[in-house]
Design a protein around this ligand. Sequence first.
Ligand code: ATP
Ligand code: MG
Length: 404
Amino acid sequence: MYLTHLSLTNFRLFSRLDMDVPRRILLLLGSNAQGKTSLLESIYYLATFTSFHAMSDKQLLNFVATSEELTVARLVAAYQRGDRQHKLEVRLIQDSNGNGGSRLRKEVLLDGVKTPVNQVVGHFNAVIFLPQMTRILEGGPEERRRYLNLASAQADPFFTQALSEYNQAITQRNALLKLLAERGGDASQLDYWDEVLTSRGARIMHSRILAIQEIEQLAIRIHEQLSGGKEVIRLNYQPSYDPLTKPEGQFSLPMQTSAQRDGFSLKQLQQGFAEKLKQVRNEEIMRGVTTVGPHRDEMRIICNGIDLTDFGSRGQLRTAILSLKLAEVDWLKAKTTQWPVLLLDETLAELDVDRRQFLMNYLEKAEQAILTTTDLNLFSTSFVEKCEQWQITSGSVSILDKDL
Ligand SMILES: Nc1ncnc2c1ncn2[C@@H]1O[C@H](COP(=O)(O)OP(=O)(O)OP(=O)(O)O)[C@@H](O)[C@H]1O
Ligand SMILES: [Mg+2]
């Protein structure tokens, strides 16, 4: 798929932006603080309905415009998916809550029709590459869950809803656990939440088992090429509730072992998870928190038997992360039959010559890629010639004036 037009109103520094997006590879040149990352953020938002770095959607509203009573930010994309043209619009509406504060609503329109987010996610797909994405490896388990969630949301039409209902159930269940811990009461009140948690949780685990398995296969191939045949990458899913029975006292399977969990049906996962919740119920009431479930899942990335999060060298991390991201692209392509739009924010500056070349070759396969840079010299002349070269200055985009 590819974007044909993007229009932004009151999004970050863009009070107003209207651009026809060229097909294939767009190279966007701009100095610092001109809007490069914000532009990619807006496109990624249209794919995932979340920002990759804002703490809340409120930060996305142009802060000059937000001084008024009512502020509306609009993101509109026209894009081609297969042989059809579509239009996706997101409105972020902020108004006063009557108590001196403000509240924010989100409206999504697909082809002019208001549609719930969880029914739209996955319609327009994008994968983003950011300099800070080694966080996926270096950060805590929540970074790896996020990587998986964002990929799965775009590929699996039921995932977003299951995840959002699961997260709501966790909040409610934790509140109830706390109440039971503090005041006592009938523990069977938990049964309802356990049912919600286990049905949505089973859905999430089922999706993760397959996603990790499939992404791993793609990553292995890419990583082999990227490392010149020297490294084998593995993705090791460590579910908080593990349907595989483990020998007494053994905490998890050895790293090199590929665990086969794809044979478990949704029903089996749900039943097993429900039993586990029963086993830990008393302990959870004491602690006032839900201790097992996909919100505590982990995925480790292993290279030649070494866990990269704990022992990876800088170069190994960068290569592994590139393999993971490219595998995500290939996976989305396989799942949706469409190329996602690739968004690369100054990623090339981070890579050595060989990996840069690998990535540039890869980009030529994709249907559309948008790359930002502060310096055209990071790219080979032959690559630059294949790209549309544009510039961005104070939030305004135009064809690059080469005489400047
Ligand atoms: N909500 C907002 N409203 C208005 N301006 C904003 C908002 N959020 C960020 N900005 C400003 O937008 C400008 C562009 O930010 P952005 O991160 O897109 O720049 P960039 O071109 O990627 O810069 P760099 O090369 O330093 O990464 C910054 O000056 C930033 O302060
Ligand atoms: Mg930037």
